[in-house]
Design a protein around this ligand. Structure first.
Ligand code: SF4
Length: 349
């Protein structure tokens, strides 16, 4: 029997084509789009306006969701929820829901594991398993919205993986999240975060992608960055900053620099000075993220040191903020996503 078509992750046009392939009118595709992304149906049986025989054919030829919830951990401190999802084939990924007063943010994964092996990152320590396809990225949003029974307001591509190494799927997923007839999350509320894959930053700029861009910088001294973020041996700081200036100029947008503060590693005065010099001529924002210990050998600086580092950046025109991560008690904060069950049960690849 041929494989079933996974409908989650298909655009309106693709669903119209799928409907036509079943001998149906195009508008059936738009109905499917509405059931999947607006009403978030979990079964074809719920799709009451489709007619019994079409629903029967859909059961035979198509599938809806792509992910199975394997575990859910709730942070008693912050109310953040970490979801462990199983992909077809058995690999595991994580998404983190972060509720705040006026926003409901989901941090999504774009790859199972990650090949880039940043020194302080629990995901990097797992190694790369595989890219997610568009549906697997969007289904994280659908499943969480279904569960919390409210629309998410913000999406950050800061979970497992490097979205710019799975560019087409990540951008197609962002477009589906943004589609005004579907999940309808505003483009300014979707952040794609990269460690600095410079050809992809230029492509992103050339394509005038509307979503916000964040750069995980973590060090402004080249030798330190090469140790912390090994991919920067390939894409050095000069090349990275040229690509970022290209993006900022072309789209007239401010990228955000993310900087994880590691005690005694990148939190000194010379690190702050280097950071100031690196970004002072780029319209940008700077987010400081005190590290959440996830990998042996790296510690979080004291709150006083974090404040001192922020003060050293004060001469910058750019806004500087400290992001006190939520969800540290469930290992759901930045750099902590490692799919705790992965080690036990995912097939190795
Ligand atoms: S920080 Fe991001 S890019 Fe680096 S290893 Fe972790 S998931 Fe990959």
């Amino acid at each position: 029997m041929p494989d079933k078509t996974i409908l989650t992750g298909l655009s309106k046009t693709q669903l119209e084509e799928f409907a036509e392939s079943l001998g149906e009118k195009k508008f059936r595709g738009r109905q499917l789009f509405n059931w999947i992304y607006v009403r978030k149906a979990a079964t074809f049986a719920e799709m009451s306006d489709l007619g019994k025989s079409l629903r029967q054919r859909l059961e035979e030829t198509a599938d809806l969701g792509c992910l199975q919830v394997r575990e859910k951990s709730v942070s008693t401190k912050s109310g953040s929820v970490k979801y462990l999802f199983e992909l077809a084939g058995g690999h595991l990924i994580e998404s983190v829901y972060i509720p705040e007063a006026d926003r409901r943010t989901l941090c999504v994964s774009s790859q199972a594991g990650c090949a880039l092996n940043c020194a302080f990152c629990a995901t990097g320590a797992l190694g790369f398993k595989r890219d997610l396809h568009t549906g697997e990225i969007v289904d994280q949003v659908i499943q969480v919205e279904r569960e919390i029974a409210e629309p998410l307001t913000n999406i950050v591509f800061m979970g497992m993986g490097e979205p710019f190494l799975n560019y087409e799927a990540a951008i197609a997923a962002a477009a589906l999240m943004n589609d005004a007839d579907g999940l309808a999350i505003g483009h300014r509320h979707i952040v794609i975060s990269t460690v600095g894959i410079t050809p992809a930053i230029r492509r992103y700029a050339d394509e005038m992608q509307p979503y916000r861009l964040a750069i995980s910088l973590h060090a402004a001294i080249e030798s330190k960055r090469k140790k912390l973020v090994p991919i920067s041996r390939r894409y050095g700081l000069t090349e990275l900053m040229e690509a970022i200036r290209y993006y900022a100029k072309k789209l007239r947008r401010r990228p955000t620099f993310e900087y994880v503060l590691l005690a005694g590693v990148n939190d000194g005065e010379e690190d702050a000075r280097a950071l100031r010099q690196l970004v002072e001529h780029v319209p940008c924002k700077v987010n400081l993220i005190p590290y959440n210990p996830a990998v042996p050998g790296y510690q979080r600086p004291s709150d006083e040191q974090v404040q001192r580092f922020a003060d050293w950046l004060a001469p910058l025109q750019a806004p500087v903020s400290v992001r006190w991560s939520k969800g540290t008690d469930i290992a759901a904060a930045c750099g902590q996503l490692a799919g705790s069950v992965v080690h036990r049960s995912a097939p190795s690849s």
